[in-house]
Design a protein around this ligand. Structure first.
Ligand code: AP5
Length: 234
C-alpha cells in the first residue's frame, strides 16, 4: 500500500479533495496508474486493496497466506477480510482530508459497508470513476505490465517502457511480472469482474455518484479527464 505524502501544492493552493474518490473498472483499465497520480497531486493517501494484499503475501502473514491462492486463481478475497483491512486504514488521521480507493469496493456487500463507514464519519459523498476500456486492450496492457519491486511504479513494455530494460526509472529497482498477469488468470479475473464487480456500476449510477471515463486513450489524457471531473464535482 502506498500512502502519498500530504502535498496539496501539487495541484495548486486551492486544490483539496475532501472526499473519497473510488476507481472502478476491469483489470488493466489503468486504475492503479491513475489513482496513484491523483493521490499524489492532491496529497492524500492512495489505498489499493490489491497492493495491501500483495504486501501481506510478500511478508508471508496469515492474511497473505490466505489471500495468495485466491489471488492466483483470479478470485476475490472474502468481503469480511477486505472490510476489516479497509476500515482500519481509513480510520487513520491521514484520511481525514480525503483518500483515493483503488480496486475497492468490488462487490455490492463491500459498497454497502463502505457507505455505512462514510456515513458514520459524516463524510462528503464519494465520487466514483468508472474506467471503460475494451477487452482486447486490457489483455495487452496486463501482459505488458511490469511493476517495480521496490516502489510499485507501474510500467508497460508496449506503451510505457522503462528507460533501462527491467529496471525502475525512479530507484533502479527490479521490474517484475505479477503472478496474476498470466493469460489464463487474466481471463478468470475478467470473468470475476463481470460477475461480481460490474453490478456496482448500476448501484453507483442509481445513487448519482458515477462518472464514466473513457480510459482507452493515453495516460496523460486519462489524467486530464479525471482532473476535469474532480474539478467539476468539488
Ligand atoms: P488489484 O491489484 O486491484 O488488480 P485489478 O483490479 O485486477 O487491477 P490491475 O491492478 O490489474 O489493473 P489496473 O486497472 O490497476 O491497471 P494498471 O494501472 O496497473 O487486485 C488484485 C487481486 O487482489 C484481485 O484479483 C483479488 O484477488 C484481490 N483483491 C483486491 N482488491 C480486492 C477487493 N476489494 N475485494 C476482494 N479481493 C480483492 O495498468 C495496467 C497496465 O496498463 C500497466 O502496464 C500500465 O502501464 C498500462 N496502462 C495504464 N493506463 C494506460 C493507458 N491509458 N494507456 C496505455 N497503457 C496504460
Amino acid at each position: 500500500m502506498a500512502a502519498a505524502t500530504r502535498n496539496p501544492a501539487a495541484v495548486g493552493p486551492a486544490a483539496t479533495l475532501g472526499r473519497a474518490v473510488i476507481f472502478v473498472g476491469p483489470p488493466g483499465a489503468g486504475k492503479g496508474t491513475q489513482s496513484k497520480e491523483i493521490a499524489r497531486r492532491f496529497g492524500v493517501p492512495h489505498l489499493s486493496t490489491g497492493d495491501m494484499f500483495r504486501d501481506h503475501v510478500g511478508r508471508g502473514t496469515p492474511l497473505g497466506l490466505e489471500a495468495k491462492p485466491i489471488m492466483e486463481r483470479g478470485d476475490l478475497v472474502p468481503d469480511a477480510i477486505v472490510m476489516s483491512m479497509v476500515e482500519e486504514r481509513i480510520a487513520r488521521p491521514d484520511c481525514s482530508g480525503g483518500f483515493v480507493l483503488d480496486g475497492f469496493p468490488r462487490t455490492l456487500a463491500q459498497a454497502e459497508s463502505l457507505a455505512k463507514l462514510l456515513k458514520a464519519r459524516s463524510a462528503a459523498r464519494p465520487v466514483v470513476l468508472h474506467f471503460v476500456v475494451e477487452r482486447q486492450k486490457l489483455f495487452q496492457r496486463l501482459t505488458g505490465r511490469r511493476t517495480c519491486k521496490v516502489c510499485g511504479e507501474i510500467y508497460n513494455i508496449y506503451d510505457r517502457p522503462p528507460k533501462v530494460s527491467g529496471r525502475c526509472d525512479k530507484d533502479g529497482g527490479e521490474l517484475m511480472i505479477r503472478p496474476d498477469d498470466r493469460e489464463e488468470v487474466i481471463a478468470a479475473r475478467l470473468a470475476t469482474y463481470e460477475q461480481q464487480t460490474e453490478p456496482l456500476i448500476a448501484y453507483y449510477r442509481n445513487l448519482g455518484l458515477l462518472e464514466d471515463v473513457d480510459a482507452s486513450v493515453d495516460v496523460a489524457e486519462v489524467t486530464g479527464r479525471v482532473l476535469s471531473i474532480l474539478g467539476r464535482v468539488q
